[in-house]
Design a protein around this ligand. Structure first.
Ligand SMILES: NC(=O)c1ccc[n+]([C@@H]2O[C@H](COP(=O)([O-])OP(=O)(O)OC[C@H]3O[C@@H](n4cnc5c(N)ncnc54)[C@H](O)[C@@H]3O)[C@@H](O)[C@H]2O)c1
Ligand SMILES: O=C(O)C(=O)C[C@@H](O)[C@H](O)[C@H](O)COP(=O)(O)O
Ligand SMILES: [Zn+2]
Length: 367
């Protein structure tokens, strides 16, 4: 069993805590009572995530004097849509949700991103609590206030920066998570190390033959990844600069996700492959040697993650289409494509102005 971590996130627009580890839910009882002042807890919940944890959640809420009011949906990328957003907004308005109440997101990053966006536009902004139930959501998406939905133009293209009031990342939620989803979250932890925390990457690398996804082993890494992200978000909440580093691998990943056959590819898998592509492209440009990509691929591959486009679910992928998708990336400013590249492990940097033709040629050699 892991210990309980309280990690402060000092974003410019709002400071809040991430409670992570074993018993985080119980430890949050008094805060929940304070943040839900009308005696009810309005919870947008992923039905699959809730199934194994409902009794415990209801018991903690009852202890805090709160009655749960669930809005249930099926998690997955499909909920990050205009249709789901409209359904959620109507459900909140039907409940006469007040601005001083919190909407609670119970689920993975998809439900969290949708709920955060809904909270940000509910009467121009109501309270918001994240209860992340996937590894990916615990280490990444619940922290930092990026919210949003996808459109036919691509991933996360409509959304807001809207910080939660509290994040409750209870490690017990992960006990029911399928292994494929655990691996997906692991990719975002590895990403943190590769960006600017070489010791973290080396601790992951040093795991040897043990199961990298064993929950007992992951506990400390979850806290490490949250601390890493909290530092970056405190410095640059709205991605004016350094926060874009959190996009390592994502310029490729979002293009893979947009082009994958429906439902076949999950975000963390796309990120794993995208990270290796970013490091390989860095090597191709002579910014670093081939060892960065090799070491990343070894650590990610040990967790069962795809590290080449040929092995990526949801293909085949077309280089020209991927390149066109990358041309729509939110980081782009002016001409060319902005990438996050690296001079080595823990030495990522933002690199604007890449010629689409050069990226296309690189991808031609990878598919
Ligand atoms: N806002 C951000 O900063 C940020 C950061 C990273 C990723 N994201 C976004 O997060 C999304 C991916 O999130 P995700 O990987 O959590 O996927 P997800 O929300 O789709 O959840 C993955 C699957 O696990 C199931 N599930 C969730 N919790 C469970 C549990 N405890 N037990 C059993 N099953 C459970 C869900 O029903 C779903 O099928 C992507 O849309 C990505 O773009 C956002
Ligand atoms: O928090 C951030 O900043 C990130 O970039 C984290 C990413 O892991 C995440 O996938 C995020 O949703 C990507 O954001 P986007 O701005 O590239 O859509
Ligand atoms: Zn991501």
């Amino acid at each position: 069993m892991s210990e309980l971590f309280r990690i402060p996130v000092k974003a410019a627009s709002r400071a809040y805590d991430v409670l992570a580890g074993a018993g985080a839910l119980e430890a949050a009882g008094a805060s929940l009572a304070r943040l839900c002042p009308r005696g009810r807890a309005v919870i947008l919940a992923d039905a699959a995530a809730l199934a194994g944890h409902r009794a415990r959640l209801e018991s903690v809420l009852a202890g805090a004097g709160l009655t749960p009011d669930f809005i249930l949906l099926d998690g997955g990328e499909g909920v990050k849509s205009w249709d789901a957003l409209r359904i959620v907004m109507d459900a909140l308005l039907d409940r006469e949700m007040a601005r001083n109440e919190c909407l609670i997101a119970f689920g993975g990053g998809t439900v969290g991103d949708l709920a955060g966006f809904a909270a940000s536009i509910m009467k121009r902004g109501c309270g918001f609590i994240q209860m992340p139930t996937t590894l990916l959501a615990q280490v990444d998406s619940s922290v930092g206030g990026k919210t949003g939905i996808n459109t036919r133009h691509g991933k996360n293209l409509v959304g807001s920066f809207y910080q939660p009031d509290l994040v409750i990342a209870d490690s017990g939620f992960l006990e029911s998570l399928p292994r494929r989803e655990l691996a997906a979250g692991y990719a975002e932890i590895v990403k943190a190390g590769l960006i600017a925390d070489k010791p973290l990457f080396e601790r992951l690398e040093a795991g040897g033959s043990g199961d990298p996804l064993a929950l007992g082993r992951l506990a400390a890494f979850i806290a490490d990844a949250v601390r890493f992200k909290a530092r970056i978000v405190a410095e640059d909440e709205r991605e004016a600069g350094v926060r874009a580093l959190l996009n390592l691998g994502h310029t490729f990943a979002h293009a893979f996700e947009a082009d994958a056959s429906k439902g076949a590819l999950i975000h963390g898998e796309a990120v794993a492959c995208g990270i290796v592509m970013a490091l390989k492209f860095s090597a191709r440009l002579g910014l670093c040697g081939p060892d960065g990509a090799e070491r990343a691929a070894a650590v990610l591959g040990r967790a069962g993650l795809p590290v080449s486009i040929r092995d990526l679910p949801g293909g085949p992928y077309d280089p020209a289409s991927l390149t066109a998708r990358m041309g729509q990336d939110k980081k782009n400013a002016g001409s060319g494509i902005t990438l996050v590249l690296a001079r080595g492990v823990g030495e990522a940097f933002i690199s604007p102005g890449h010629d689409p033709a050069q990226i296309n040629a690189f991808l031609e050699g990878e598919v």
